[in-house]
Ligand binder design. Structure first.
Ligand code: DX5
Length: 215
Protein backbone atom coordinates (compact mmCIF):
# COMPACT_ATOMS: atom_id res chain seq x y z
CA UNK A 1 0.00 0.00 0.00
CA UNK A 2 1.61 3.22 -1.13
CA UNK A 3 1.65 5.84 1.62
CA UNK A 4 0.97 9.44 0.50
CA UNK A 5 4.16 11.51 0.19
CA UNK A 6 4.18 14.63 2.40
CA UNK A 7 6.49 17.55 1.60
CA UNK A 8 7.71 19.73 4.46
CA UNK A 9 9.71 22.77 3.30
CA UNK A 10 12.35 23.77 5.84
CA UNK A 11 12.32 27.53 6.37
CA UNK A 12 15.92 27.49 7.59
CA UNK A 13 16.74 28.21 3.94
CA UNK A 14 14.14 30.93 3.40
CA UNK A 15 14.93 34.64 3.15
CA UNK A 16 14.48 35.74 6.78
CA UNK A 17 13.99 39.35 5.69
CA UNK A 18 10.88 38.27 3.77
CA UNK A 19 9.71 35.31 5.83
CA UNK A 20 5.96 35.95 5.54
CA UNK A 21 6.19 36.19 1.74
CA UNK A 22 8.48 33.14 1.63
CA UNK A 23 5.94 31.10 3.59
CA UNK A 24 3.07 32.31 1.42
CA UNK A 25 5.01 31.26 -1.71
CA UNK A 26 4.99 27.59 -0.67
CA UNK A 27 1.78 27.34 1.40
CA UNK A 28 -0.54 26.24 -1.44
CA UNK A 29 1.76 23.38 -2.43
CA UNK A 30 3.33 22.06 0.80
CA UNK A 31 1.87 19.73 3.42
CA UNK A 32 3.82 20.72 6.55
CA UNK A 33 6.18 23.56 7.43
CA UNK A 34 9.38 22.40 9.10
CA UNK A 35 10.95 24.65 11.73
CA UNK A 36 14.58 23.79 12.50
CA UNK A 37 15.22 24.67 16.14
CA UNK A 38 18.93 24.76 16.95
CA UNK A 39 20.51 25.54 20.34
CA UNK A 40 24.18 25.99 19.38
CA UNK A 41 25.13 22.99 21.55
CA UNK A 42 23.59 19.90 19.94
CA UNK A 43 24.53 21.48 16.59
CA UNK A 44 27.08 24.27 15.90
CA UNK A 45 24.38 26.73 14.88
CA UNK A 46 21.41 28.51 16.40
CA UNK A 47 18.02 28.94 14.73
CA UNK A 48 14.37 29.65 15.40
CA UNK A 49 14.02 30.41 19.10
CA UNK A 50 10.42 30.03 20.22
CA UNK A 51 10.00 33.83 20.36
CA UNK A 52 10.60 33.94 16.61
CA UNK A 53 8.43 30.92 15.82
CA UNK A 54 5.58 32.54 17.78
CA UNK A 55 5.48 35.30 15.12
CA UNK A 56 5.07 32.86 12.22
CA UNK A 57 1.58 32.88 10.69
CA UNK A 58 0.73 29.98 8.45
CA UNK A 59 -2.12 27.65 7.56
CA UNK A 60 0.38 24.77 7.34
CA UNK A 61 0.79 22.30 10.20
CA UNK A 62 4.04 23.09 12.05
CA UNK A 63 6.70 20.38 12.25
CA UNK A 64 9.17 21.32 14.99
CA UNK A 65 12.58 19.64 14.60
CA UNK A 66 14.44 20.02 17.89
CA UNK A 67 18.20 19.89 17.29
CA UNK A 68 18.84 20.66 20.93
CA UNK A 69 20.62 19.09 23.91
CA UNK A 70 17.67 19.55 26.25
CA UNK A 71 14.46 18.78 24.29
CA UNK A 72 12.39 18.51 27.51
CA UNK A 73 12.85 22.22 28.15
CA UNK A 74 12.14 23.18 24.53
CA UNK A 75 8.99 21.05 24.25
CA UNK A 76 7.27 23.07 26.98
CA UNK A 77 8.06 26.26 25.07
CA UNK A 78 6.73 25.04 21.74
CA UNK A 79 3.58 23.11 22.74
CA UNK A 80 1.55 26.32 23.29
CA UNK A 81 2.04 27.03 19.55
CA UNK A 82 -0.06 23.91 18.87
CA UNK A 83 2.38 22.24 16.45
CA UNK A 84 1.32 19.19 14.46
CA UNK A 85 4.52 17.29 15.29
CA UNK A 86 7.58 17.66 17.50
CA UNK A 87 10.68 15.60 16.74
CA UNK A 88 13.55 15.13 19.21
CA UNK A 89 16.96 13.56 18.56
CA UNK A 90 17.72 10.10 19.96
CA UNK A 91 21.31 11.29 20.53
CA UNK A 92 20.04 13.89 23.02
CA UNK A 93 17.85 11.50 25.08
CA UNK A 94 19.74 8.27 25.70
CA UNK A 95 17.62 6.19 28.07
CA UNK A 96 14.28 4.60 27.32
CA UNK A 97 12.46 5.96 30.37
CA UNK A 98 13.42 9.54 29.48
CA UNK A 99 12.42 8.99 25.86
CA UNK A 100 9.02 7.66 26.92
CA UNK A 101 8.46 10.53 29.38
CA UNK A 102 9.26 13.07 26.66
CA UNK A 103 7.02 11.29 24.17
CA UNK A 104 4.17 11.40 26.68
CA UNK A 105 4.71 15.12 27.35
CA UNK A 106 4.59 15.88 23.62
CA UNK A 107 1.41 13.84 23.18
CA UNK A 108 -0.20 15.36 26.28
CA UNK A 109 0.41 18.71 24.57
CA UNK A 110 -1.59 17.61 21.51
CA UNK A 111 1.27 16.97 19.08
CA UNK A 112 2.48 13.78 17.42
CA UNK A 113 5.97 12.66 18.37
CA UNK A 114 8.97 12.01 16.14
CA UNK A 115 12.41 10.64 16.92
CA UNK A 116 15.39 11.61 14.74
CA UNK A 117 18.67 9.81 14.11
CA UNK A 118 21.79 11.39 12.65
CA UNK A 119 23.65 9.73 9.75
CA UNK A 120 26.10 7.96 12.06
CA UNK A 121 23.44 6.68 14.47
CA UNK A 122 22.33 3.09 13.75
CA UNK A 123 18.64 2.19 13.65
CA UNK A 124 19.30 -0.20 16.55
CA UNK A 125 19.89 2.85 18.78
CA UNK A 126 16.12 3.44 18.81
CA UNK A 127 14.91 -0.18 18.94
CA UNK A 128 13.40 0.61 22.35
CA UNK A 129 10.88 3.18 21.11
CA UNK A 130 10.70 2.89 17.30
CA UNK A 131 7.45 0.91 17.53
CA UNK A 132 5.91 3.63 19.75
CA UNK A 133 6.65 6.88 17.89
CA UNK A 134 4.43 8.51 15.27
CA UNK A 135 7.35 9.55 13.04
CA UNK A 136 10.93 8.48 12.39
CA UNK A 137 13.26 11.13 10.97
CA UNK A 138 16.32 9.67 9.25
CA UNK A 139 18.76 12.56 8.71
CA UNK A 140 20.56 12.49 5.37
CA UNK A 141 22.99 15.25 6.41
CA UNK A 142 24.74 16.00 9.68
CA UNK A 143 22.35 18.55 11.18
CA UNK A 144 23.11 22.23 11.60
CA UNK A 145 23.01 23.79 8.15
CA UNK A 146 21.03 23.81 4.94
CA UNK A 147 22.54 23.22 1.52
CA UNK A 148 24.67 20.18 2.41
CA UNK A 149 25.21 17.10 0.25
CA UNK A 150 22.87 14.09 0.63
CA UNK A 151 24.46 11.08 2.39
CA UNK A 152 23.14 8.00 0.52
CA UNK A 153 24.39 5.47 3.11
CA UNK A 154 21.43 6.39 5.34
CA UNK A 155 18.98 4.87 2.82
CA UNK A 156 19.58 1.37 4.18
CA UNK A 157 18.19 2.52 7.55
CA UNK A 158 15.05 3.73 5.78
CA UNK A 159 14.67 0.40 3.94
CA UNK A 160 15.02 -1.53 7.22
CA UNK A 161 12.66 0.75 9.16
CA UNK A 162 10.00 0.52 6.43
CA UNK A 163 10.31 -3.29 6.34
CA UNK A 164 9.77 -3.47 10.12
CA UNK A 165 7.09 -0.76 10.35
CA UNK A 166 4.95 -0.67 7.18
CA UNK A 167 2.61 2.08 8.42
CA UNK A 168 5.14 4.33 10.19
CA UNK A 169 5.64 7.89 8.91
CA UNK A 170 9.30 7.93 7.83
CA UNK A 171 10.72 11.40 7.19
CA UNK A 172 14.06 12.28 5.60
CA UNK A 173 15.84 15.59 5.85
CA UNK A 174 18.98 16.98 4.28
CA UNK A 175 20.14 17.42 0.69
CA UNK A 176 16.75 16.44 -0.72
CA UNK A 177 16.11 17.63 -4.28
CA UNK A 178 14.59 16.30 -7.52
CA UNK A 179 17.37 13.71 -7.89
CA UNK A 180 17.60 12.43 -4.31
CA UNK A 181 13.87 12.49 -3.50
CA UNK A 182 13.13 9.43 -5.69
CA UNK A 183 15.86 7.47 -3.86
CA UNK A 184 14.21 8.36 -0.54
CA UNK A 185 10.72 7.42 -1.71
CA UNK A 186 11.88 4.13 -3.22
CA UNK A 187 13.65 3.30 0.07
CA UNK A 188 10.36 3.84 1.91
CA UNK A 189 10.33 7.46 3.08
CA UNK A 190 6.90 9.15 2.86
CA UNK A 191 7.67 12.59 4.29
CA UNK A 192 10.42 14.73 2.76
CA UNK A 193 11.99 17.87 4.21
CA UNK A 194 13.67 20.17 1.73
CA UNK A 195 15.18 23.61 2.22
CA UNK A 196 17.61 24.95 -0.35
CA UNK A 197 16.12 23.07 -3.28
CA UNK A 198 12.72 24.66 -2.70
CA UNK A 199 13.74 28.15 -1.61
CA UNK A 200 16.40 28.46 -4.34
CA UNK A 201 13.82 27.55 -6.99
CA UNK A 202 12.21 30.27 -9.09
CA UNK A 203 9.11 28.08 -9.50
CA UNK A 204 8.46 26.67 -6.04
CA UNK A 205 5.24 24.91 -6.98
CA UNK A 206 7.17 22.98 -9.62
CA UNK A 207 10.04 22.25 -7.22
CA UNK A 208 7.68 20.84 -4.59
CA UNK A 209 5.77 18.79 -7.19
CA UNK A 210 9.07 17.33 -8.44
CA UNK A 211 9.81 15.97 -4.94
CA UNK A 212 6.63 13.90 -4.88
CA UNK A 213 7.67 11.77 -7.79
CA UNK A 214 9.44 8.48 -7.17
CA UNK A 215 10.65 8.18 -10.76
C1 DX5 B 1 19.78 20.73 8.62
C2 DX5 B 1 18.28 20.92 8.75
C3 DX5 B 1 17.60 20.62 7.47
C4 DX5 B 1 17.99 21.57 6.41
C5 DX5 B 1 17.51 21.03 5.09
O1 DX5 B 1 20.33 20.75 9.90
O2 DX5 B 1 17.78 20.02 9.71
O3 DX5 B 1 16.17 20.72 7.62
O4 DX5 B 1 17.42 22.84 6.65
O5 DX5 B 1 18.01 21.88 4.16
P1 DX5 B 1 18.50 21.31 2.76
O6 DX5 B 1 17.26 20.73 2.13
O7 DX5 B 1 19.00 22.56 2.10
O8 DX5 B 1 19.55 20.29 3.03
Amino acid sequence: MALPILIAPSILSADMKRLPEEIRSIEPYADWLQIDVMDGHFVPNTAFPVEMVRTIETSLPLDIHLMVQDPVQYVQGFLPLRPKNITFHAEAVADTASRRALMQAIRDGGATVGIAINPSTPLQAIDDVLGEVDLLLVMSVNPGFGGQAFIPDVLEKVIEARRKHPALMIQMDGGIDASTAPLCIRAGANNLVSGNFIFRAADRAKAIASLRSSV
